[in-house]
Design a protein around this ligand. Structure first.
Ligand code: KIV
Length: 272
């Protein structure tokens, strides 16, 4: 049963080891409006580049795209915390640039926090941002913005040197002050060990139930999918099929001239 008090950053952080944190991505007003009371936080993920805009990767996503979608989600959010992703190119260059762009995301959308991908190499930036009042959700393990460097979407932690790196990344972002960390595409023993080791909640995506919470790309789990569908996604609905069935029925009505006339539209009085 969802609580009614608005979710806060400290509230999410305090859920470490407690009731699992429920989160989903959201990219628009109707979705935010529909799921607001069912989730603890909504992430305006840069996955929107792929699942909403049809881009091949998240690398083409811009600050302006994140702001527009962030504003739409904020209009539908009443209780859930809203976190907006920092897109590729908006934070890596320097901690000052990261701070400036995070402040812009927060001011122009009204979101409570930002997320950025990166481990040890981003720790100094995360610390700089947190010290200046910007709550940061970290993201380690598989990092989609680095998909070209990684040679594709590959599960992390199968080899010991990779496992050591992901653990060190998780510890570094925790020490830097992140309030929680997304752990993506990571084998269960490593996700479990990280969850047992770090003091902040781990939010898994393709990283096993051992995490403190879970996140999924909403379009994937409702079956409104792009061409790429990760294997770990459980589909709870087949929305593409529902849309196709509705449009098929509509097309049949139009072709059979069974379409309602103006007397049924916009509440016009009969015979007007
Ligand atoms: O962009 C995104 O949607 C994400 C989630 C997959 C965690 O980063």
């Amino acid at each position: 049963m969802a609580a009614t008090k608005p979710m806060t950053v400290p509230g999410i952080k305090a859920r470490k080891g407690g009731t699992p944190i429920v989160s989903l991505t959201a990219y628009d007003y109707p979705t935010a409006n529909a799921i607001d009371d069912l989730v603890d936080f909504m992430l305006v993920g840069d996955s929107l580049g792929m699942v909403v805009h049809g881009l091949p990767t998240t690398q083409g996503v811009t600050m302006d795209m994140m702001i527009m979608h962030g504003q739409a989600v904020m209009r539908g959010a009443r209780r859930a915390l809203v976190v907006v992703d920092m897109p590729f190119g908006s934070f890596e260059e320097s901690r000052e640039l990261a701070c400036r762009n995070a402040v812009r995301l927060m001011k122009e959308t009204g979101c409570a926090a930002v997320k950025l991908e990166g481990g040890q190499e981003m720790a100094e930036t995360i610390r700089f941002m947190v010290e200046r009042g910007i709550p940061v959700l970290a993201h380690v393990g598989l990092m989609p913005q680095k998909v070209a460097m990684m040679g594709g979407f590959k599960t992390q932690g199968r080899k010991s040197e990779m496992a050591i790196k992901v653990m060190a990344d998780a510890k570094a972002v925790t020490d830097a002050g992140a309030f929680a960390a997304v752990i993506e595409g990571t084998v269960e023993p490593l996700a479990r060990e990280i969850t047992e080791t770090i003091a902040i909640p781990t939010i898994g995506i393709g990283a096993s139930p051992a995490c403190d919470g879970q996140i999924l790309v909403v379009n994937d789990m409702i079956g409104l999918a792009s061409d790429y569908m990760p294997k770990f996604v459980k589909r709870y609905a087949e929305s593409s099929d529902t849309i196709r069935a509705a449009v098929t029925a509509y097309a049949e009505d139009v072709r059979a001239r069974r379409f309602p006339g103006p007397e049924h539209c916009f509440g016009m009085p009969q015979g007007a």
